[in-house]
Design a protein around this ligand. Structure first.
Ligand code: GLC
Length: 560
């Protein structure tokens, strides 16, 4: 619940008095728990997203793997994260680096096979780190047994009905069934050749042609997903990140899109008929009914829906446990925008009693250092350091993307290094997402910085990253890694972080301050170019040294 503040103070100092509308008092949800029901672990957890190709390579082939993750568990424990989210590690031909799954109940040999997953679960649990996996229910790989069967079968057959096959438009069926573009560029339909050699039906793929969309109206699809959920949960997995959780259901009749909706790649708006169709909620309820058999397990959905009321529908008590809210990741480093992102993220779950989530970046988004820098990397880093204090001061679940704790920027990769299918599909007009997926620098002074023993890594690593290795940053108390470690430890141990409500303080233009209503931690942020006075209190942590007791430009501080 968000409380509104009074109008901004004219003074260039963040108000140090009481929060503006304290009379409202803390919400009852902040009262000591009366019931014996324990708060689920994930409500305030810090998740760490591992992009497995890029985290740590133990086999020496230049691609990260699960034994590599096991080797780094000590590091993750030191960082202080509660849970891992592994981007897909299931069997896959890797057309979209694992988001094209050919067998959802096996681990790809590239990542170490199923034994490696069992070891990871066991070793992570021994360190009290939970393990969640990416699940891709919207589509399969074109090499999934089902799709191979569908291609060999006749139009109208049961095998074709698992996917979305349609006859083409036009006299000879040579036009796609509707005008939908693929998120990765080109049409969302590919025409097949029938088994007898004649030009045939078209199948839908909202993403790459190697990722055919499943027909969620076919009962077999859920029956199989249910099996997959139980398969991993029974092996000890603690939950799932659900890929394209606002996809899956398609609108009746597959109507054309309006021309103004057929714009950029990798994005969708709320009225896009490819996503957020009401039928998706019945699917989430069915998934939830399986998850409820495993009371500690959690689901978090990838939901690119901006309208708060529509977003809320996904996190109703019988649907997803959590939904990614991307507002903070889409917000500039600007006090008003940050505040509005926070208010909207809280409002988006409030009406249904959902838990807020916070994320600054992931494997699909430009890294925050680059995003906030607008060409000035050191400024971008200062701002990213400020924003991690904002994120970790907020009540709810936090998702960190691997490498953000090292302050990694995006990398400008040469054309020939690019691997994201978006690059090819867009006819080389969109560079895609490889720039945020470059392997992590661990140690030493030259690429591949301990990531791998191979001379060539799947994406090249910049030589300048010698400054950013984990080894180097662990020894430096002023490093971004040290800032993350301190902030996470404070968040986990200090009583000031208690409670689920925040209150806003009045703050001068370009500044922002809020307080945890129950614990009374204050977070102050300065997005201006000048130092600004701090509210009263003891500074617990700051993202940059204070300047004569003032909060530096592009900085944030925690006070108690
Ligand atoms: C999600 C993933 C993205 C992937 C796409 C298709 O948006 O985050 O990386 O390409 O789904 O599965």
């Amino acid at each position: 619940m968000v409380h509104n503040d009074s109008v901004t103070d004219a003074a260039r100092e963040i108000e140090s008095g009481s929060a503006a509308d304290e009379t409202t008092g803390p919400e009852s949800s902040d009262a000591p728990a009366v019931s014996a029901v324990e708060t689920p672990w994930w409500k305030s957890a810090i998740f760490y997203q591992i992009y497995p190709r890029s985290f740590a390579d133990s086999s020496g082939d230049g691609v990260g793997d699960l034994p590599g993750v096991v080797e780094k568990l000590g590091y993750l424990e030191l960082l202080g994260v509660d849970a891992l989210w592994l981007s897909p590690v299931m069997r896959s031909p890797m057309a979209d680096h694992g988001y094209d799954v050919s067998d959802p109940r096996d681990i790809d040999p590239l990542f170490g096979g199923i034994e490696a997953m069992d070891t990871l679960i066991e070793e992570a649990h021994a360190r009290s780190i939970r393990v969640t996996m990416d699940l891709v229910p919207n589509h399969t790989s074109d090499q999934h047994r089902w799709f191979v069967e569908a291609l060999a079968a006749a139009p109208g057959s049961a095998a074709r009905d698992r996917y979305i096959f349609r006859d083409g438009r036009g006299a000879d069926g040579g036009e796609p069934p509707n005008n939908w573009p693929s998120i990765f560029g080109g049409p969302a339909w590919t025409r097949i050749t029938e088994p007898d050699g004649s030009p045939g039906q078209w199948y839908m793929h909202i993403f790459a042609p190697e990722q055919p969309d499943l027909n969620w109206e076919n009962e077999e699809i859920f029956a199989d997903l249910q099996e997959t959920l139980r398969f991993w949960l029974d092996r000890g997995v603690d939950g799932f990140r659900i890929d394209v959780a606002h996809g899956m259901a398609k609108p009746e009749g597959l109507p054309d899109m309006d021309d103004d909706q057929r714009t950029g790649l990798l994005i969708n708006d709320d009225d896009d008929p490819r996503f957020n169709n009401p039928g998706v909620h019945a699917i989430h309820r069915r998934i939830r009914s399986v998850l409820d058999e495993y009371p500690d397990a959690v689901t978090v959905g990838e939901i690119w829906v901006r309208d708060n009321a529509r977003f809320a529908e996904y996190v109703r008590p019988d649907e997803l446990h959590l939904g990614f809210n991307f507002r903070l990741a889409e917000t500039d480093f600007d006090a008003d925008s940050i505040r509005s992102a926070i208010e909207n993220s809280l409002a988006a779950v409030e009406s249904v009693g959902g838990n807020p989530t916070w994320t600054l970046s992931n494997h699909d988004i430009e890294r925050e250092v680059t995003r906030y820098g607008n060409g000035d990397q050191s400024r971008g880093l200062a701002r990213a350091r400020a924003m991690i204090l904002v994120e970790l001061a907020l009540p709810g679940t936090v998702f960190l993307y691997n490498g953000s704790e090292l302050g990694l920027p995006n990398v400008d990769l040469p054309d020939e290094a690019l691997q994201d299918p978006v690059w090819e599909r867009s006819g080389h007009t969109e560079r895609g997402r490889d720039g945020c997926r470059v392997p992590l620098p661990w140690e030493g002074t030259e690429p591949p910085f301990g990531f791998s023993t191979a001379a060539e890594t799947w994406l090249p690593m910049p030589a300048q990253w010698s400054e950013l290795t984990a080894e180097r940053q662990l020894e430096d108390v002023d490093s971004t890694l040290s800032l993350y470690r301190m902030a996470i430890e404070l968040r986990k141990t200090r009583p000031e972080f208690r409670g689920t409500d925040i209150q806003w303080y009045g703050a001068p233009a370009g500044c922002l301050a809020f307080r945890r209503a129950l614990g009374r931690l204050t977070c102050a942020v300065n997005t201006t170019d000048e130092p600004v006075g701090l509210p009263e209190g003891e500074v617990l942590l700051a993202s940059a040294p204070l300047i004569d007791g003032m909060l530096a430009a592009d900085a944030a501080a925690w006070l108690v």
